[in-house]
Design a protein around this ligand. Structure first.
Ligand SMILES: C[S@@+](CC[C@H](N)C(=O)[O-])C[C@H]1O[C@@H](n2cnc3c(N)ncnc32)[C@H](O)[C@@H]1O
Length: 241
């Protein structure tokens, strides 16, 4: 996969090159990451990329021409152009899985009051928000999207770091996890996890996943269909009550 980031602040993304799993994935050529500085495409003698909003109002808007030229500098017929924006669809694991299947993703990182809407309407395939709040710029949302995609790419996580039991992957939040010591300040690890009985452990985890999801994110239960393995394990638990 190739990821191109269109930004006014390419230096912010140096973090990704040194950060453990993502940095290693880059080093091992699991994906290619390029940053494109939108300002390099400004034809203004002062390299300006923003201007006042038509109709008035506070703040500045990113002009369409440099963004258009920046997109065209890397776009091919395989490209999927994403604009990170609080007005976009809320990012979730399903969207991440879809993005991880693309050959080429272009991530447009906005700034100031956002980008001229003619770019969004005509040259962006998808608008994605990372949450119902407004940040100062699209750099952090872009990094969130990259991190979430890259860990799903083949060979990025080792086999013992599988994401299939993680929160959201099968529509439920992850069950509670524990590690050594068995007794931490008088708080013990649930006995069942020490039993070695894999089937009982699996059932314990599913019941706990359901409990945590119902307590913290009931919307996930309403909006997702359980996968076949989880449903048959739950049916089995009910049968044995
Ligand atoms: C200050 S925001 C612009 C907000 C815009 N005026 C609005 O009210 O929707 C500047 C940039 O930050 C990014 N941004 C801010 N919040 C975001 C969010 N929740 N998700 C994704 N991108 C966000 C976008 O790229 C946006 O263009």
């Amino acid at each position: 996969m190739i990821i191109d980031i269109l930004t006014l602040f390419p230096e912010v993304f140096s973090y990704l090159y040194s950060y453990s799993i993502i940095g290693k994935a880059l080093e091992n050529n699991k994906f290619v990451l390029n940053t494109v500085n939108i300002r390099d495409f400004s034809k203004d003698k002062h390299k300006r990329v923003d201007d006042y909003p038509y109709g008035g109002g506070p703040g500045m808007i990113l002009k369409p021409e440099p963004i258009y030229d920046a997109i065209m500098s890397c776009k091919t017929e395989k490209s999927h152009v994403v604009y990170l924006s609080p007005k976009g669809k809320l990012l979730n694991q399903e969207i991440v899985k879809e993005l991880a299947r693309k050959e080429h993703v272009i991530l447009l990182s906005g700034h100031y009051e956002g980008v001229d809407n003619r770019i969004v309407e005509n040259y962006v395939d998808e608008e994605i928000s990372i949450g119902d709040y407004v940040l100062t710029g699209g750099e952090i949302p872009t990094m969130v999207v990259i991190d979430s995609i890259v860990r799903l790419l083949p060979g990025v996580l080792s086999s013992d770091e599988s994401f299939e039991n993680e929160s959201f992957y099968q529509g439920l939040l992850e069950y509670p996890q524990y590690t050594r010591p068995e007794n931490f300040r008088g708080k013990r690890v649930p006995k069942i996890l020490l039993s070695g009985d894999h089937m009982r452990i699996k059932k314990w985890r599913i019941i706990n996943s359901l409990y945590i999801t119902l307590s913290n994110r009931p919307d996930l239960i309403c909006n997702n269909k359980l996968d076949d393995t989880t449903s048959s394990l739950i049916k089995d638990i009910i049968k044995n009550i």
